[in-house]
Design a protein. Structure first.
Length: 449
């Protein structure tokens, strides 16, 4: 065995957190995968100037070399598990959407047999391991897999006719929105001489599935689904699998919806009436959480925080999906479905928890007791709300029908705006709380001045 050694890396303060990872997940994976001991510097004291800090690595010469390469990849934004797999000879396919992953899971056994490789499927990546250690075989297999997936990954645009009275409901269906979030599909309402409808653009498989969903909705039927990480159900013991199948059978009989687990076990579909299919999906989430408490979770969100969690252009949602877990945001129910490894699920929980803490500080809702209070805040011609927004540097939305005011901005600005509004409505004409969610609906008044 080679003698133990130590090397010191100089890493900037802002990058130390990348090495450590959420709740120490990255440094744990790096130490386990390289057999090195990694010692990071203590957290900076408030007011201490940022700069280069020393990270100590202990291990054999070979282990240290491997650890330095892995750390370099982590600092470039890669996941430790992917970097270590590449160092061991695996070939990666990354940023794969659930639709493509589901198709690959179906043909996994055939691909492994035909190309003499082993496939390790994650939520959004595939690690291709060559049998016999010949990486060229893994590279060839990657090219063949990409060819096999061409039909699924081809981009197309189609138009789906929808009656005018149903078009808004159809485009806002939770299942369609989740399919958009997971595959990058775009859906837009169109109106021309032939009538109204929804124009779909995206991966061929996703477009065809969205078309089917919309057509089902026009018939008054629901088409919900629940995505799972590959291999989740395979972890069950024979007894647990039998109990699970009995629960699924019971759910089918009592929900009024058809429950179908896809052959690759990467997804569960629910078909039936609108309420029945939605109810079946909700109950299935509870069942999965019972059997997989560490790998499955449904996070309830304050209704007003949904857009914040998704982020501008769904950027925050994409960041959550990059954790390696399956993520599905139900905007109507204000819930977030998470399915992944225990580490990835906990990572998502922490990110949501931290995000909601920021949201509570930067958002507030005041519940009014009358429409008169709402109009007092708006003022004649919107003069009062414009002055409020300008002087407090906040965004203020007034909803007279639901008798509420929503405020967003920096923490101090939100506090100042709340105080001003309470003065306007007389202090005792409303109730408020930082970040409280009070539901949605009805028109609202906002001045963008």
């Amino acid at each position: 065995m080679s003698p133990l050694a130590e090397e010191v890396l100089e890493i900037h303060d802002r990058d130390i957190g990348l090495i450590i990872g959420a709740r120490g997940s990255n440094i744990q994976a790096l130490q386990e995968g390289t057999k090195c001991r990694i010692i990071t510097p203590p957290k900076n004291v408030d007011g201490e100037e940022l700069g280069l800090r020393e990270v100590h690595i202990h291990g054999t010469k070979e282990q240290i070399a491997r650890c330095k390469e892995a750390i370099s990849g982590v600092l470039m934004g890669e996941q430790p598990k992917d970097i270590l797999a590449q160092l061991d000879g695996a070939v990666l396919m990354k940023n794969m959407d659930p639709m493509t992953m589901g198709h690959l899971a179906k043909i996994k056994d055939k691909v492994e047999k035909d190309f003499a490789v082993s496939l390790e499927l994650d939520a959004r990546s595939v690690r291709i391991w060559p049998k016999g250690g010949d990486q060229d075989k893994a590279l060839d297999a990657k090219e063949k897999i990409e060819e096999l997936l061409e039909d699924v990954t081809a981009v197309e645009t189609i138009s789906v006719p929808v009656p005018p009275q149903l078009v808004n409901r159809a485009i806002n269906e939770s299942a369609l929105r989740q399919l958009q979030d997971q595959t990058g599909l775009t859906a837009n309402v169109y109106k021309n001489d032939q009538g109204t409808g929804i124009r779909l653009t995206g991966l061929s498989g996703a477009v065809q599935e969205a078309k089917s969903m919309i057509e089902q909705r026009c018939k008054g039927q629901g088409a919900e689904f629940l995505s799972l990480i590959p291999g989740l159900l395979a972890k069950m013991t024979p007894k647990a699998k039998g109990d699970f199948e009995n629960d699924v059978h019971f759910l089918t009989q009592n929900s009024g919806a058809k429950v179908q687990i896809r052959s690759d076990a990467s997804r569960i579909d629910f078909q039936g009436g609108l309420d029945e299919s939605l109810h079946a999906r909700t109950e299935m989430q509870k069942i999965l959480h019972f059997y997989f408490p560490q790998e499955c979770d449904t996070i309830e969100l304050p209704p007003d925080s949904v857009d914040w969690i998704a982020g501008d252009d769904d950027r925050e949602l994409m960041r959550l999906q990059s954790t390696g877990a399956v993520i599905a945001l139900d905007r109507n129910a204000a819930t977030l479905w998470v399915c992944g490894s225990q580490k990835n699920v906990e990572l998502v929980r922490n990110r949501i928890r931290n995000s909601l803490e920021r949201w509570k500080k930067e958002h507030a809702v005041i519940k009014l007791h009358s429409k008169g209070s709402a109009f007092a805040i708006i003022g004649k011609g919107g003069a009062t709300i414009r002055e409020l927004q300008t002087s407090t540097e906040t965004r203020i939305d007034v909803d007279p029908d639901n008798q509420k005011v929503s405020i967003s901005g920096k923490e101090d600005s939100v506090r100042a705006a709340k105080a001003r509004i309470m003065q306007i409505i007389g202090g005792g004409s409303g109730s408020w709380g930082g970040g409280a969610g009070f539901g949605q609906g009805g028109p609202s008044f906002r001045s963008d001045a």
